[in-house]
Design a binder for this molecule. Sequence first.
Ligand code: GLU
Ligand code: ZN
Length: 316
Amino acid sequence: MILAVSKLKNPSSPAGGYRGRFAPSPTGPLHAGSLVAALGSWLDARKNGGKWLLRIEDLDTPRCIPEASQQIQSQLLACGLSWDEEVIHQSQRNEAYLRALERLNGLECLYSCTCSRQMIANTLASLGIETPRNQEMVYPGTCRPTNLSRKSPESFGELQQAWRIALPSNCHIEFEDLALGPQSQNLSEEVGDFVLRRSDGLFTYQLAVVVDDAEQKITHVVRGQDLLSNTARQIYLQEVLGYKRPEYLHLPLVLDEHGEKLSKQTLATQINTQDEKCSLMELRKAAKHLGLKNLPDGENVTIAEWLLAATHAWRS
Ligand code: GLU
Ligand code: ZN
């Protein structure tokens, strides 16, 4: 057992004050759903007199579109959602992720895994465990050694094997979501030892987001509810790496007419920011989705005026 994770309380915001972020994956331009996350996190930062950072999560390079990072930045600016500090690209930060992986290695909580998805599915089937569609398979621990040990750092260079974190048994995580209230997840039962580095050498979202949120001193993570089920894993990694836990606020998702989350895969159309009127219309739709009321609805309202009013209305 590494730590009594669930016993640790949320630390209060550090002295530096509120630091929020928007962390899109550049798999395409912003759509109605991603604008909701951008606007919600921007308003929360501004309302709290904080900083709002932009981080481009372009780790999964095969899925990224080269021009999307620039498109997203122009769309945000067209909507008046400007950021503080330099934009960070995860594709440039492999060294930081490797350092974190090496620290975890020093704590003797990593092991390598050569299971394919199919092998995991077969093992689960032979154990009589069914994974509902759309749900991640719980890793059954096939490659986990009985005694964990520190691996030679060179072994991280060997491809064709993934690196997983070994969870303590009954790893139960609890946290308070600022919008949704108390949340909990038993990682051992619901997730299993999860991957930090894939067999193709790419670091996973879970590791990268935790390292970046910590190094950028993020105090508040405001993002879509589709990411809620990742939060316990991220909190666990923060505890093991000795990072501060930020506050979490998960925003309502925008669904399409079939009740599916809007995404590149569902061919969500990009927001229209060709002029100020169009951008304002997109912002108004996003604000409605966030439940904001009594915003100026006149024809001649500028984006700046509207954003100011929205900031006042945000969670008041
Ligand atoms: N890059 C992730 C996404 O676009 C979001 C990461 C986060 O906000 O934690 O879905
Ligand atoms: Zn394995």
